[in-house]
Design a protein around this ligand. Structure first.
Ligand SMILES: Cc1cc2nc3c(=O)[nH]c(=O)nc-3n(C[C@H](O)[C@H](O)[C@H](O)COP(=O)(O)OP(=O)(O)OC[C@H]3O[C@@H](n4cnc5c(N)ncnc54)[C@H](O)[C@@H]3O)c2cc1C
Length: 666
């Protein structure tokens, strides 16, 4: 098509960002003598409307067929200028950016040196631009459905938003009920809304919504494909209870031979359940499940003469013949909302969590103060006749957060406020209790948080600045050893109960999801977002979004906001129905590919596979790129030993002349 290159070079002043350190007139004059350059201009802001107009007019009037813009990083304005070229009728990939700002004016202190370097950068861009080829983006259809992994408040909210917009949602939750950690909370800071009261209606809504297919007690086993076209395989584990028949009457659990003998996960192992159980009274779906690791019939093959639950269930719902089922479906987008685990307090042995029954975590106290908890809402420590109501109560903050010794440098963002909330609730339940909080800092950054913290202190909760070094037993009291760092006073504080404000951590089984979707983790091991500020719900995998604490610690309002963000990002794809596939992607010259598979190993997006081809009767293995998965990072092209993998716009024959020019100018 374009025979002889006619190049326009546009040198930007970027206000004074470039022109202060680079002599833009000298660069303009220099560029005018470069081969095939027909027009050279400099202008104060090339990205402005008048700047772009200059280019458009030159393309039309001077017949330019290649453009070099010498300005900022391509990350800033490559898209802007591609659109300018397209608006003037030129293929948008006939553009080369010469970065004379970040890579030149901003990093030099000598104007002469900077100007010399700017000339080199421009000449190398000119050497490359004439070799660029026209590229065309392609489109693929988007399956109008979303998979959401995890049905805590994040997954629930995202599911409702997408379903309400008219799209199908597959909501997969690994535990028998939806709700996540929020269902374990009693009240929520700073407004003290009852957690169950605001969560349960949403739990019921997701189960009843015609556009949501809820799969609880299920596990995503495989996800293949790419944005717009993911194939998903889900294992629905056998509950050994027929969901259609179970009326949730609970007689089976009462009759179970292990009734009241198995620690209840929902109650943080403080209460007991049966082998056939409903995780908590408001569970959704309200259907019983048999724990296959505990049930006597499933583990030993017998439970008395016959399993008592079978005899007790008048609906005939218990079914030991039930098998796992596999569901397979296609979705266009995926939202990961797998939440968090709380820090294991036993990793701080100095606090005696595993040793003393009156050292508990914040989440355990949530269950104790809850009316649906193991004590019916009473704060009782110890068992049976020895159970007592604590009067001297100490909270310790930042347990497992901001603590390099346990590998968690980050702040968990909710512990300051849930401590204030629990301190308040303790005051409500035990009015004559003395409550103190040992803290390093108080971070009350959210709406209404500072006011709530003030309120709690006005109610009599004492805040003592100091990080306890040890907890030990003296008689029937616990001693908190600490230095009050504001008065430099060593203290040995005798208390009845210590509550550890444990931080939030990535889930221990996080690897499962990483392997499914090839997601990355940030240094704190939570899932890594595509950009911390500008793409906080996106991931490096197109069409896969993050919601809630899976991405990092956050409270419920922030979780809900992020879930709505993830839902809206998914909806952009679902509602457009099509997604563009980048043009600057890799391709393989199958004639020279040796099928070594090195590119397959180094591709971070799983975009390359080895396929067998028949070359003149010989079956050979060669690499093949999936265009929809390739992100154009170039790792495969750089790594290919035979030069068979090339990346469009960055092919060897395009970038080697670019480098050669720099050598000549040295
Ligand atoms: C003690 C304590 C008190 C708190 N109090 C408050 C408060 O008062 N106010 C407030 O705003 N915030 C509070 N929080 C924070 C609150 O718990 C979180 O903001 C909220 O629960 C985050 O929701 P989520 O959906 O992101 O994660 P989660 O609640 O952890 O839900 C994740 C869900 O995903 C499921 N899941 C995980 N992996 C998979 C998988 N591979 N496949 C399928 N399903 C999976 C889990 O089973 C779970 O149901 C508190 C936290 C703690 C620890």
């Amino acid at each position: 098509m374009n025979n002889k290159p006619k190049i326009g070079v546009y040198v930007c002043h970027c206000g004074v960002n470039i022109s202060k350190m680079v002599d833009v007139d000298a660069v303009t004059e220099f560029a005018s003598h470069l081969p095939n350059v027909k027009v050279v201009r400099n202008y104060s802001y090339m990205c402005s409307d008048p700047g772009q107009l200059l280019m458009r007019e030159d393309i039309k009037n001077e017949g330019l067929n290649r453009v070099v813009v010498a300005s900022c990083s391509p990350r800033m304005h490559e898209m802007t200028f591609r659109k300018t070229l397209a608006a003037a009728g030129l293929n948008p990939y006939f553009l080369e950016m010469a970065n004379i700002r970040e890579q030149c004016s901003w990093v030099h202190e000598d104007r002469e040196d900077a100007t010399g370097k700017a000339k080199k950068i421009v000449s190398s861009a000119v050497a490359k631009v004439r070799l660029l080829e026209a590229l065309y983006e392609s489109e693929v259809n988007v399956e109008p459905a979303t998979l959401i992994i995890g049905a805590g408040i994040a997954g629930i909210q995202a599911a409702l938003d997408i379903a309400n917009a008219g799209f199908k949602v597959y909501l997969v939750e690994k535990s028998p009920s939806v709700g996540g950690k929020m269902s374990q909370l009693d009240k929520t800071f700073p407004t003290l809304d009852c957690s169950a009261c605001i969560l349960t209606p949403k739990m019921v809504d997701v189960a009843a919504h015609p556009n949501i297919e809820l799969m609880t007690y299920s596990k995503v086993e495989e996800i293949t494909g790419y944005v717009g076209n993911f194939q998903v395989k889900v294992r629905k584990k056998a509950r050994y209870v027929d969901m259609d028949k179970c009326t949730s009457c609970g007689v089976c659990a009462e009759e179970c031979r292990l009734a009241g003998r198995i620690p209840s996960e929902f109650n943080e192992n403080m209460g007991k359940r049966s082998a056939i159980y409903l995780p908590f009274p408001q569970a959704v779906p309200a259907k019983y499940t048999i724990d296959p690791e505990r049930c006597l019939f499933l583990t030993r093959g017998k439970c008395g003469k016959s399993p008592k639950c079978v005899d007790a269930c008048l609906a005939g719902a218990v079914n030991f013949e039930q098998q796992d089922e596999i569901a397979e479906f296609k979705v266009g987008t995926v939202i990961v909302a797998t939440g968090y685990d709380v820090f294991d307090a036993a990793k701080k042995p100095e606090y005696g969590y595993a040793e003393y029954e009156n050292v508990i975590t914040g989440l355990e106290l949530e269950r104790l103060v809850s009316a649906s908890g193991p004590t019916g809402g009473d704060i009782l420590i110890g068992k049976g006749e020895n159970a007592f109501v604590p009067k001297e109560i100490a909270f310790i903050k930042c347990v497992g957060s901001r603590d390099k010794s346990v590998g968690n440098e980050y702040c968990s963002r909710v512990c300051c406020m849930y401590t204030a909330k629990l301190a308040h609730l303790v005051g409500e339940k035990i009015p004559d209790a003395n409550v103190r909080v040992y803290y390093m800092d108080v971070r009350a950054f959210g709406k209404g948080f500072e006011e709530f913290y003030d309120r709690v202190r006005r109610e009599g909760v004492r805040y003592i600045r100091g990080n306890p070094s040890e907890i030990f037993k003296r008689g029937d009291k616990l001693v908190v050893k600490v230095e009050d760092t504001l008065t430099a006073t060593p203290l040995e504080d005798e208390v009845d109960l210590v509550v550890l404000a444990v931080g939030l951590e990535p889930r221990k089984d996080v690897r499962e999801v990483i392997d499914l979707l090839r997601l990355s983790q940030s240094s704190d091991k939570f899932f890594l977002e595509a950009h911390p500020k500008l793409a906080p719900v996106d991931t490096a995998t197109d069409g896969v979004f993050l919601a809630g604490c899976a991405q990092g610690p956050k409270d419920i309002p922030d979780t809900v906001a992020q879930a709505k963000g993830a839902a809206s990002s998914a909806l952009v794809l679902l509602s457009s129905g099509k997604v563009k596939i980048g043009a600057q992607i890799s391709f393989v010259n199958e004639a020279t590919c040796r099928g070594c598979g090195y590119c397959v190993d180094i591709c971070p997006y799983g975009a390359i596979e080895l396929v067998e081809i028949n070359r003149m009767g010989n079956i050979l293995s060669v690499a093949r790129v999936n265009d929809a998965l390739c992100k154009g990072c170039g790792a495969c092209a750089a790594g290919c030993l035979s030069g068979s993998v090339q990346q469009r716009s960055f092919m060897d024959r395009q970038i080697l002349p670019q480098i050669a020019v720099l050598g000549v100018m040295r």
